[in-house]
Design a protein around this ligand. Sequence first.
Ligand code: FPP
Length: 258
Amino acid sequence: MNWLFKKRNQKEKEITAVSFNADEKIPQHIAIIMDGNGRWAQNKFMPRIAGHKEGMNTVKKVTKRASQMGVKVLSLYAFSTENWKRPDDEVSFLMQLPVDFFDTFVPELMEQNVQVQVMGFIEQLPKHTRNAVEKAIADTKENTGMVLNFALNYGGRSELIEASKAIAEKVKAGEIEVEDITESLFEESLMTHALKDYQNVDFMIRTSGEERISNFMLWQNAYSEFYFSQELWPDFNEQALEQAIGVYQKRHRRFGGL
Ligand code: FPP
């Protein structure tokens, strides 16, 4: 057994051994790359879209549990700017999901005091998707609990380019000087600016065993803790979330310090 494999094995044991403690720190902003829907379906000899449908149920479970635990923001990568490359029928299904999700789940979001927000290039979404999203945002806008922040047609690099363009325009118009460009000014032009004190991600979870960031919240993940779960997204649930948070509670965040 080589060193790396041994280390990984130890890590897996550490992961199964820890449990979440409700009295310890809870990550304020959790971001999730919900990966593995297609594989989940294929493993069951079902079409890929069946995996996305089941994935939507996982979103409901995880949203509810995160909100009960006191998480302030839950950002979910539902559709990336690269996902348009998938077959047309899969894209159509994914564009219908927010409609079904909000149709069936807004009453529970109201009960949980959860506010819906969306980040991404939503003007490029089909009308029925955009309408469903805008209605959910409007219906929940007075809620003061957890923010459920959906990334829809979102890409981290495009977000940074758009922010840079907006700032360049301000310089060009003489509204600000180049010297005025700071991290906090930059953040004002990001798609997360409405999240105010919770723009930065504390804990980034990716399911399905893949270990990459896939253009998700590149700025906001600068100092987040990463957690890679072996479960495929439709198999992830409340207990898996608790286990992940248990691991987070054992981490020491240093933000570049000692
Ligand atoms: C990645 O799995 C998943 C997606 C691209 C879609 C995520 C969407 C959901 C979880 C549904 C919930 C959405 C809403 C709006 C409620 P994959 O298809 O890449 O899986 P694979 O890697 O196994 O093929």
